[in-house]
Design a binder for this molecule. Sequence first.
Ligand SMILES: Cc1cc2nc3c(=O)[nH]c(=O)nc-3n(C[C@H](O)[C@H](O)[C@H](O)COP(=O)(O)OP(=O)(O)OC[C@H]3O[C@@H](n4cnc5c(N)ncnc54)[C@H](O)[C@@H]3O)c2cc1C
Length: 339
Amino acid sequence: MTCLALTANGAEVTLLSDTHMSQSTGFAHAAGLMEPVATSDPRAPQWFKRTVEFCAAAANDPDWGIEPRSVLFLSDHTSTHEQDWFSQVPKRAAEQADLRGGRSQGTWFDTYVLQPDIASRAFQRELVTAGIEFRARNCRKMLSIEAIASTAVEKRMDAFVLAAGLGLAALQDIDTVIGRDAGLTAGLGLTIRMPLAELPLDHVLMDADDFTYLIPQRNQVVCGGTNIPTPHDDELVEGKSAVAKRLRAEWEDDVRRRVRRLYPEVGPFTGGDVRVGARPLRHEVLTALTERFGIPGLILGGAGGSGWTFSVGIADDACTFLSEHLDASAPGQLRLQAA
Ligand SMILES: Cc1cc2nc3c(=O)[nH]c(=O)nc-3n(C[C@H](O)[C@H](O)[C@H](O)COP(=O)(O)OP(=O)(O)OC[C@H]3O[C@@H](n4cnc5c(N)ncnc54)[C@H](O)[C@@H]3O)c2cc1C
């Protein structure tokens, strides 16, 4: 999203990545609900608002895979229903009869759900239109921020933007450049996808107290979830060890039990496509500038469970910040590298 916003603001962008973006965790695992979860970032209301505005327009284009959805948001805690970001969307108190899962309070609000595997088509189309084609020669794993900066200097770029998700934590010099504030851990998320035809549901159910949800995308319902913090380099993130496999079975049982509690209509709730993916976890999104390599670099990440929800707002802020910082008075002259 930041690439597209930068080109819309006149930048000439080269995209580097170790995989095509449709293979990234965000595309493969995200439930795509536009709601600021697992964050206490003060910018959440403003970023949420921008993405909701984007979704309202993009929902008319089937390639984005965006559906307007009402959410029944449940929590026993009044303060959870009074979070600042609620002010950005239409909402109303739930009736007593709406409450489920044993929760004592509920709020209905209107937002959007994006189905990432469908949206990848729209992204691809928009990138091509913007002249940013992901070419084989740009497919590489970057090992350090210094290496990214040198590539940008070599290609005579004016700046680089680093938005590598959990990959940020593995860069050799992240602690030297950002300091201990980088603080990127992984939040393991288990979800179970069911075809919408087998589990017809036209609204989102979200139990905020135990992080249980049913999220209808366009043609499937994503049921979850977990958000289990672990070090970014823990063997659980890779998911191949015997311990990871045993825990995965336990998490799956737990998610199925909680989903049945929230939505008994789901029946025995067997089968489905079970996925475990790691989100980058920070309570506040990392937005840092480095100038130590002789070229300005903007480092963005750690949006955790809200990466899609904040994507448009973060992209807007990145453009504003870079154009002010680089004093890009001549649109079309700015050259940026995004990784
Ligand atoms: C189970 C689950 C459910 C979720 N549900 C939601 C939801 O309902 N709503 C919501 O808003 N968000 C949700 N998210 C969160 C969202 O998917 C993440 O916040 C998002 O993936 C982070 O986006 P990103 O672009 O920062 O990173 P990523 O999607 O991880 O993209 C980073 C890219 O950088 C590349 N890269 C990484 N390291 C390197 C390197 N060293 N060199 C070159 N390239 C590199 C990667 O290959 C990848 O293409 C969910 C996440 C999970 C795991």
